[in-house]
Write a protein that binds this ligand. Structure first.
Ligand SMILES: O=C(O)[C@H](CS(=O)(=O)O)OP(=O)(O)O
Length: 274
């Protein structure tokens, strides 16, 4: 860090298993990637080239090299996996992973319904050649699963070999884990967090209020994803209690007694009852 400041929570170091920031790149130019990495690389753990943007991105190999040289792994969005599966081209998908030397990949069923044992079989097969991020939750706002279903699917996908399970929210943060307003489905999240180890889950949380929610619920080293490139540094300050929203969360009792905290900056942790 640039200067000494006490009462800042300890962040895990790279390569991390918890405290991951997954960035969604939905078509940055190579120059934009270089710019983003020049300022935010220490805080980026993994990058997703959103949905099937890798299909149309020019100079894809050159772009991937920029990430590789910075030591940041890249994977292609789950929608691309689904685009191959729905066309009965899974074998071609495997060739794509080889062609681009990808060490991570996503398995999702957000756009199509894949029988769950079939989805798990894809995870198991892919896990022999890459780290698999499997996504749970639909992109269809009408499709609401009970919490026990989310938990069953997440557990089965981890058992099938997924490295992490992702909670769906899309780029907008308005489906899956969240209501259409962006409000967190707190009961759902609460049940998931009690059943699945926190370090195994990546919560898609593109909106600031959603990032704040998860930092308050899980702590500074929560895994979050679908972070926009220009939100990486702001997110890091939220994790560290250095933005108003989490300002009081990591201060000592002594510091908190000295000055009254604004309601906005309350250190209140979110609890099960909310
Ligand atoms: O599910 C996602 O987070 C994304 C992006 S969006 O839903 O198309 O906005 O899809 P993915 O295919 O995993 O990148």
């Amino acid at each position: 860090m640039n200067y000494n400041l006490s009462q800042v929570p300890k962040r895990t170091g790279k390569p991390r298993e918890s405290g991951l920031t997954m960035v969604m790149d939905k078509g940055l130019s190579i120059r934009e990637v270089e710019d983003m990495l020049s300022i935010a690389a220490p805080h980026i753990d993994i990058v997703k080239l959103g949905w099937a943007t890798s299909f149309v991105t020019p100079n894809l190999k050159d772009k991937l090299k920029v990430y590789k040289d910075a030591g940041i792994p890249v994977y292609f969005g789950g929608t691309l996996f689904e685009a191959f599966v729905v066309r009965d081209q899974f074998e071609d998908y495997l060739k794509v992973l080889d062609q681009y030397d990808l060490e991570y990949c996503e398995v999702s069923d957000g756009s199509i319904e894949i029988p769950h044992d079939e989805k798990c079989a894809y995870i198991t097969r892919l896990a022999t050649r890459a780290k698999v991020l499997s996504e749970v939750g639909s992109k269809d706002a009408e499709k609401i699963f009970a919490p026990y279903k989310w938990i069953e699917m997440m557990q089965a996908e981890l058992n099938a070999g997924a490295w992490k399970v992702i909670g769906e929210a899309r780029e907008g943060g308005n489906v899956g884990l969240f209501r259409s307003s962006g409000e967190v489905r707190q009961g759902l999240v609460d049940e998931i967090i009690h059943a699945i180890p926190a370090e195994k889950i990546i919560w898609e949380a593109p909106q600031k209020s959603q990032q704040v929610y998860f930092v308050k619920l899980v702590g500074p080293n929560v895994n979050v994803g679908n972070i926009a490139p220009n939100e990486v540094i702001p997110l890091e300050t939220i994790r560290l209690g250095l933005r108003g929203d989490t300002f009081g969360n990591f201060l000592t009792e002594k510091a908190k007694k000295r000055f009254k905290l604004g309601k906005y900056s309350s250190d209140r942790r979110i609890t099960q009852d909310e």
